[in-house]
Design a protein around this ligand. Structure first.
Ligand SMILES: Cc1ncc(COP(=O)(O)O)c(C=O)c1O
Ligand SMILES: N[C@@H](CCCC[NH3+])C(=O)O
Length: 447
């Protein structure tokens, strides 16, 4: 992931971005295609901004990850991290591919159930689960709750006891390992709010075994997101393996190790995280322990499968300075560049435009904040009003992080599969912007 530090190497060209995205092709007549479908046809019919998810790519990626685990000889349950893209169509497709769900809220639980994911295939993570969320999850008998503190363990024990049942839990352990990612999305350092301090985990596991309403089955860890090197995974898994041996030596049983998510993708020129390497790290550190393993990938599966279509509203010239290319998408749609200075590829849809000589432009949205900037000094071919672009790798942490800031309706969403496409969420109407709002009688005018 990019941070505010300027890159030393040149930005990848359009041709290089296409080469690193097998789901994309530039057709000489139809322009940019995703999974064999012309994006111009979607934009003509649905308008822009519009999220497009490549279902075939999503399937290819989840199958590759599952295969990597099998090839390593590991028995691994895959729980998709719903937060990455919680659309019901995405959850349903992944359920079809055999994925369960990793959730962090009652809303995500409801979505996973609505998409037909069985409670037994749902894992509940998160540093602050409310009593109501826990009651619902425990009442449903969900597969596993990853407990993040001693306090939460007591709360779960009392809720499960009250419900006359036992909650299946793991302890999420903070291994104090630097994942080498952006500071805002690293989660496995002692300074981060997540998980149980490593040095407290063995004692808390022993206590869990004695608590009513608790069935403690093992440990979980998740050290962050957009992790590109396998070394931090190995370091974290080695610490968890030590913990497993320690508590077993003390007579406790351990059946499960949940290895978390976080595998990164190539947004710019960085080499993508490899599921095969992740499987190798899991095997090397945990393979000999005779435990069931689980993973919680989100971004790696969904991000490269999706893009955001947008149109140029105008090209604001600035003399000899780089112009502002003002798009109809904005930070309310795709927050990542504003929030993390994240770099996303931007590719023109027109095959003619894509081959014109590139020059620097600042790509911005229309929202009233200077931070509403997708790219600065990006080398792009000249584009005028009405030209369309695709902002790449936005299938994860894209639409899910959208808001209606500046009263901008949520963008439409489309799923491409088998050479055809489906609107999976129409563009939000203006009326829907104030749906649920009420105006006290003394203020009522025309509202
Ligand atoms: C507990 C947990 N599991 C899984 C994920 C998924 O992470 P990613 O989308 O980076 O794979 C996250 C988010 O970082 C998380 O907090
Ligand atoms: N929202 C972050 C990822 C957060 C991962 C959540 N645990 C991103 O866009 O990169």
């Amino acid at each position: 992931m990019a941070d505010a530090t300027p890159f030393l190497d040149p930005d990848p060209s359009v041709a290089e971005l296409l080469a690193s995205h097998p789901s994309l092709k530039m057709d000489p007549l139809c322009g940019l295609m995703l999974d064999g479908v012309a994006l111009n046809a979607i934009a003509d019919a649905v308008g822009t901004p519009c999220w497009v998810m490549g279902g075939d790519t999503l399937r290819t990626r989840v199958r590759r990850m599952q295969q990597a685990m099998r090839d390593a000889g590991l028995n691994v349950s895959l729980h998709y991290a719903v937060k990455a893209n919680d659309h019901l169509a995405v959850l349903s497709l992944l359920r079809e591919e055999g994925a369960g769900a990793d959730i962090v809220s009652g809303g995500e639980l409801a979505r996973a159930l609505k998409a037909g994911i069985a409670p037994a295939h749902i894992v509940f993570s998160g540093v602050g689960k409310t009593d109501a969320e826990l009651e619902r999850a425990i009442g449903l008998g969900i597969g596993q709750i990853n407990v993040e503190s001693a306090e939460e363990l007591d709360i779960i024990s009392s809720i499960a006891s009250r419900l006359g049942t036992r909650a299946t839990i793991t302890l999420r352990v903070n291994p104090d390992v630097d994942a080498g990612t952006h500071a805002k999305i690293t989660t496995g350092l002692a300074a981060n709010k997540f998980g149980i301090p490593y040095d407290h985990a063995a004692a808390l596991y022993a206590r869990a075994a004695s608590l009513p309403g608790i069935r403690a089955v093992g440990f979980a860890t998740h050290i962050g997101s957009q992790i590109l090197s396998v070394a931090p995974y190995r370091a974290a898994y080695a610490r968890i393996a030590d913990l497993v041996r320690t508590v077993r030596a003390a007579g406790q049983t351990v059946e499960v190790v949940d290895c978390g998510g976080g595998l990164g993708i190539s947004y710019r020129t960085e080499p993508e995280g490899q599921p095969e390497a992740l499987a190798g790290a899991m095997k090397a550190e945990l393979g000999g322990l005779d435990v069931r393993l689980a993973i919680e990938p989100g971004r790696w599966l969904a991000a490269p499968a999706g893009l955001l279509l947008s149109s140029v509203i105008l090209n604001k010239a600035r003399g000899n300075e780089a112009p502002f290319l003002v798009l109809d998408a904005a930070m309310n749609d795709l927050l990542r560049p504003s929030m993390y200075d994240a770099w996303h590829g931007i590719v023109p849809l027109s095959p003619h435009v894509a081959t014109l000589p590139a020059g620097p432009a600042h790509v911005v949205g229309p929202v009233c904040e200077s931070g509403d900037t997708f790219a600065r000094d990006r080398h792009l071919p000249p584009m005028q009003r009405g030209a369309r672009v695709a902002i790449l790798d936005t299938g994860a942490y894209g639409a899910v992080m959208s808001s209606t800031y500046n009263s901008r309706p949520l963008a439409a969403e489309v799923l491409v599969e088998d050479g055809t496409w489906h609107v999976i969420r129409p563009r939000q109407s203006l009326e829907a912007l104030w749906q649920g709002e009420t105006v006290p009688a003394h203020l009522a005018g025309t509202a």
